[in-house]
Design a protein around this ligand. Structure first.
Ligand SMILES: [Zn+2]
Ligand SMILES: [Zn+2]
Length: 172
């Protein structure tokens, strides 16, 4: 699917249709009825994922201090997919692991593209999804967690279920 030029801004795009703006170097993103692609900034890594249950488990924003550091932003916008439903289409990934700041003491491993550095998993990043309409429809964050660590100028995700700390009982 080629990038559309029908709309000049994400805000003005018709969210009922797939929308692939010029974003990074990837140019073969796709979006179907129940699955879509996610790519890193350079396009070397691409994943396929389900856009509805049971493969799509949850969508959430996290404001925790680790997410702020690792994304180099003020929050992470993520979604979780069952392993059995996630497709690795192409690209090698590298990992970085640490357990120093993880409350459970477990090691957290993050996967990223060795070429451009985009974070890919453990949870999938909403920002890597090629069809930008999905960011505001099927992947709209249902949960926002670690609101206690939220930056003061971000007012939070409207309509999401809010948690002061972790919103998930089971480890992801
Ligand atoms: Zn890349
Ligand atoms: Zn977090």
């Amino acid at each position: 699917m080629s990038k559309t030029t029908a709309s000049t801004s994400v805000a003005a795009a018709d969210k009922s249709k797939p929308y692939f703006p010029l974003a990074g170097s990837n140019n073969d993103g796709w979006s179907k009825e129940d699955s879509a692609s996610a790519s890193c900034f350079c396009g070397a890594v691409q994943l396929g994922f389900p856009t509805q249950g049971p493969g799509l488990v949850n969508t959430f924003v996290c404001n925790c201090t680790d997410c702020r550091k690792i994304t180099a932003s003020m929050f992470a916008s993520n979604f979780t997919v069952r392993d059995t439903h996630l497709t690795h289409i192409r690209g090698e990934v590298e990992t970085f692991s640490q357990n120093h700041t993880i409350a459970s003491g477990e090691t957290m491993t993050n996967y990223f593209c060795p070429n451009c550095g985009t974070l890919i998993c453990i949870v999938v990043r909403i920002g890597t999804v090629d069809d930008f309409s999905l960011h505001e429809t099927k992947l709209l964050p249902r949960v926002e967690q670690f609101t206690k660590d939220r930056v003061s100028w971000f007012t939070g995700v409207e309509g999401a279920e809010k948690f002061e700390a972790t919103g998930f009982k089971a480890r992801m």
